[in-house]
Design a protein around this ligand. Structure first.
Ligand SMILES: Nc1nc2c(ncn2[C@@H]2O[C@H](COP(=O)(O)OP(=O)(O)OP(=O)(O)O)[C@@H](O)[C@H]2O)c(=O)[nH]1
Ligand SMILES: [Mg+2]
Length: 202
């Protein structure tokens, strides 16, 4: 695990005041930091399904651009965060490798919103995630993970992803709890704004 991530307590009981649970998924291409984000922000020790990458995956697992990786998610990550007295987010991190993408459609069931994590060095890897979310009509925001000094303005990233103006696009560092939390709050704000707009259109 990344040394910058503090280990969450083994067991944090759910508050008795918790009234609303929201299922949130973190998606994106291979190695963009999905597991890192769920781990950094979860208040329980997250369930992870990391497996060591071996030579057997050579030619099957495409790890170009992420050669530092030694493990990969083979099912999903699961974590939890209480945003306030009543609101609890249940976080699911999707597996990034193409051979596990068939799991995504199931993972999206009952999902209120999603975070698409992107690594701007490998932007094309995000297209599939955005395509599936649009297909499922799942609201989402996009977060650019910090893999070094940004080479592009966010406006350029928006254009390259053909993101409509109403989809929030922000910077983050998935290793930092405060930053990952800001991403989740941005998503919840976006969900509230969409639901308020729907209400007023009635
Ligand atoms: N520099 C930097 N490294 C990061 C950041 N987030 C994650 N990493 C590193 O990137 C690597 C990949 O992170 P993971 O969280 O495993 O990525 P993933 O998207 O879950 O990968 P798959 O599940 O295999 O698709 C790890 O070695 C992390 O330590 C970040 O914000 N900055
Ligand atoms: Mg992962």
């Amino acid at each position: 695990m990344d040394s910058a991530i503090s280990e969450p307590p083994a067991r944090t009981p759910l508050r008795r005041t918790a009234a609303h649970g929201l299922k949130i998924v973190v998606v994106g291409g291979f190695g963009v930091g999905k597991t890192t984000m769920v781990r950094s922000v979860s208040e329980i020790r997250p369930l992870s399904t990391e497996e060591t990458m071996t030579q057997a995956g050579a030619g099957v697992d495409v790890n170009a651009g992420a050669r530092f990786k030694t493990t990969t998610t083979v099912a999903f990550d699961f974590g939890r965060i209480s945003l306030d007295e009543k609101l609890v987010l249940y976080l699911f991190g999707a597996p990034g490798q193409e051979r596990f993408w068939f799991l995504w459609d199931r993972l999206f069931t009952g999902t209120l919103g999603a975070v698409v994590l992107v690594d701007t060095r490998r932007l094309a890897d995000s297209w599939y995630a955005i395509d599936r979310l649009e297909h499922h009509r799942t609201p989402f925001i996009v977060a650019r993970n910090n893999f070094g000094p940004p080479a592009h303005d966010l406006a350029d990233v928006r254009e390259a992803l053909s993101l409509p103006d109403e989809v929030p696009l922000i910077d983050c560092d998935a290793r930092q709890r405060s930053s990952s939390k800001r991403v989740l709050i941005a998503l919840v704000d976006h969900l509230y704004a969409l639901s308020a707009a729907r209400e007023s259109a009635r």
